[in-house]
Design a protein around this ligand. Structure first.
Ligand SMILES: O=C(O)c1ccccc1NCC(=O)[C@H](O)[C@H](O)COP(=O)(O)O
Length: 259
C-alpha cells in the first residue's frame, strides 16, 4: 500500500537527517527563532479561510509545477490573502524539503501568514525539525499514528508553542481525532490508500466534530462552488494545493476562492 511506502521512506529519510543534524542542534536553532505565529487564530472566524499549499509534485500526478520556486509561490499566497501556508516537505513522493520552510520563513517578511509543515510525521524529531525550520504548525495524520503516538506528538507541538492540524479521512479516524483533544481537525477528502478524492467526505464527516473545534477541509478543492459548499457546512478553512499552484495566475485564483 502506497501510504505505508511513503511512511517507510519518510522514516528512513528522518534517520538519515538525525545522523546529519542531531536533536541538540535543532533545539539550539529553535531557541534562535521568534515565537510561533498563531495558526488557529489565523484560520478562525469569518467565512472559509484558505490554507494555500506549496506543492511541487504528488504520488498520483508526478510533478505538477515545473518552474517551482517555493518562496515565489509563498509570496503570492501571502499577497493574495491566504490565511496560512502549508508546505509539503516530504522528499521522495512530493519533491518537498524542510528547507522550503526555512527559505519561506527567511525571505517573507514578518507579516507573513503562519506556516504549516505538511508531512508524514511519526517521530518527535520531525516536530522539533519543523519548529527549527520556522513552522508554526504541524500536520498529524491519524491513519499513520497510534493513539498514544498522536497524544505525545500533540503534546510536544503544544510545548513548542505550535498548533497541530489532526487529519482524518473516515468516521473512526475523526472520532480518534476528537478523542485526542485536538482543537483543529482536518477532514481529508482524498483517500490516502486509493487517492480517490470526494468533497462529499467533508459533508459526511463534519457532524462528528463537536462545536468549539476548528474544522479544515483538505484536498480536491478547486473552485468557488466548492468553497460555498464548505461554507454551508460551517467549515473554518479549506486546504488547497494543486488548484492554486497550477493556476496561470495564483493571486487571481486565490481571490476567486476567497470570493
Ligand atoms: O496529493 C496527493 O496525491 C497525495 C497522495 C497521497 C497522500 C497525500 C497526498 N497529498 C497530500 C495532501 O494532503 C494534499 O497535498 C493537500 O491536501 C492538497 O490537496 P490538493 O488541493 O488536492 O492538491
Amino acid at each position: 500500500m502506497l501510504l505505508d511506502e511513503i511512511v517507510a521512506a519518510t522514516r528512513s529519510a528522518v534517520s538519515e537527517r538525525k545522523r546529519r543534524v542531531p536533536l541538540d542542534l535543532l533545539i539550539s536553532e529553535i531557541e534562535k527563532r521568534p515565537p510561533p505565529k498563531d495558526f488557529a487564530a489565523a484560520i478562525a472566524g469569518g467565512g472559509v479561510k484558505i490554507i494555500a499549499e506549496v506543492k511541487k509534485a504528488s504520488p498520483s500526478k508526478g510533478v505538477i509545477k515545473a518552474d517551482f520556486d517555493p518562496v515565489v509561490i509563498a509570496r503570492e499566497y501571502a499577497r493574495g490573502g491566504a490565511a496560512a501556508i502549508s508546505v509539503l516537505t516530504e522528499e521522495k513522493y512530493f519533491h518537498g524539503s524542510p528547507a522550503y520552510l526555512s527559505d519561506i520563513a527567511e525571505y517573507l517578511d514578518d507579516t507573513r501568514p503562519p506556516l504549516l509543515r505538511k508531512d508524514f510525521i511519526t517521530d518527535e524529531y520531525q516536530v522539533y525539525e519543523a519548529r527549527a525550520c520556522g513552522a508554526d504548525a504541524v500536520l498529524l495524520i491519524v491513519a499513520v499514528l497510534t493513539a498514544p503516538e498522536l497524544t505525545s506528538l500533540l503534546e510536544l507541538a503544544r510545548r513548542l508553542g505550535m498548533a497541530a492540524l489532526v487529519e482524518a479521512h473516515d468516521e473512526a479516524e475523526v472520532k480518534a481525532a476528537v478523542r485526542s483533544g485536538a482543537n483543529i481537525i482536518g477532514i481529508n477528502n482524498r483517500d490516502l490508500k486509493t487517492f480517490r478524492v470526494d468533497l462529499a467526505t467533508t459533508g459526511r464527516l463534519r457532524r462528528l466534530i463537536p462545536a468549539g473545534r476548528l474544522t479544515v477541509s483538505e484536498s480536491g478543492i478547486t473552485c468557488s462552488d466548492d468553497i460555498k459548499y464548505l461554507q454551508n457546512l460551517d467549515i473554518d478553512a479549506a486546504l488547497v494545493g494543486e488548484a492554486l499552484v497550477t493556476a496561470p495566475d495564483i493571486g487571481h485564483k486565490l481571490r476567486e476562492l476567497l470570493g
